[in-house]
Write a protein that binds this ligand. Structure first.
Ligand SMILES: Nc1ncnc2c1ncn2[C@@H]1O[C@H](COP(=O)(O)OP(=O)(O)OP(=O)(O)O)[C@@H](O)[C@H]1O
Length: 244
């Protein structure tokens, strides 16, 4: 597979604090990566560093052969990095459809395809952002990112706080997105067992360092490794809080 994005010996953090230490990984076009680790281990910081929202101390981030490590966030977005942050930042005073169309960029993902992927959004097309359930907000945040037609989609804990039935629906959708091969996906999650089956490779962070990198299917079968690095959360199937 052709390389699309790489982190090369990256050290980064906030202010004087260094959170990521010597992090490297490679992502091919259409590839999928599960980014795993317990609370506070640096997963969000890694996504933020890809987007240019942290202080980079050392390292390179080649994207399609060009080092983007010093580019401002908006230029990285324009170059093809799409970020769906944990806070699901949707426009609450716009309708679902306006939320989607306001960010649209040309490409294979358009309104029809997003609605086909998320039938619930089509049903709610005239609802305002602030009238959506948590699961629908997450779908809208993902739909918006798709409308940007990114080359890499960064999803930060998209399953967090959602009812088990919505988690299953979203996992199915993410699986379809990954299989479509139209973009590479980096998926941050604490509940490893739910996303290892739908990703190709996995990276485990512990205190800002990579402690494991390898194929997702092998890690899924390795209970001892999952226990050691991810603890109880990794082995339970449905310990998401339900706020629906
Ligand atoms: N804006 C910030 N300023 C300073 N420190 C931060 C900031 N954001 C995160 N940190 C610190 O960086 C470390 C890693 O946090 P990060 O959010 O990347 O972890 P995480 O693995 O994504 O955890 P979670 O699953 O809780 O989101 C933590 O010690 C956290 O306190």
């Amino acid at each position: 597979m052709a390389e699309l994005l790489r982190m090369e010996q990256v050290w980064a953090g906030y202010g004087d604090a260094i959170i990521l230490e010597d992090v490297s990984f490679t992502l091919a076009a259409g590839d999928s990566l599960a980014l795993l680790g317990r609370n506070g281990m640096g997963k969000t910081t890694l996504l933020a560093t890809l987007m240019g929202a942290t202080r980079l101390r050392r390292g390179r981030i080649p994207f399609e052969g060009r080092d983007i490590a010093t580019l401002p966030s908006h230029q990285r977005a324009r170059a093809g990095l799409g970020w769906v942050p944990q806070e699901r930042d949707i426009f609450r005073s716009l309708t679902v459809e306006e939320n989607l169309t306001v960010v649209a960029r040309p490409g294979e993902w358009n309104l029809a395809r997003v609605y086909e992927m998320f039938p619930r959004l089509q049903e709610r097309r005239a609802n305002m952002g602030n009238q959506l359930s948590g699961g629908e907000q997450q779908m809208l945040a993902m739909g918006r990112a798709l409308m940007l037609n990114p080359k890499v989609l960064l999803l930060d804990e998209p399953l967090e706080g959602l009812a088990p039935i919505i988690v299953q629906e979203l996992l199915h959708i993410i699986d379809r997105m990954v299989r479509s091969g139209s973009m590479a996906v980096v998926l941050v999650e604490q509940h490893a067992r739910q996303i290892l089956p739908i990703t190709r490779q996995a990276l485990v962070l512990e205190r800002g360092r990579v402690v494991h990198a390898g194929p997702s299917d092998a890690l899924l079968r390795d209970d001892a490794a999952l226990d050691a690095w991810l603890g109880a959360g990794a082995t339970s199937e449905s310990n998401h809080e339900t706020t629906q």
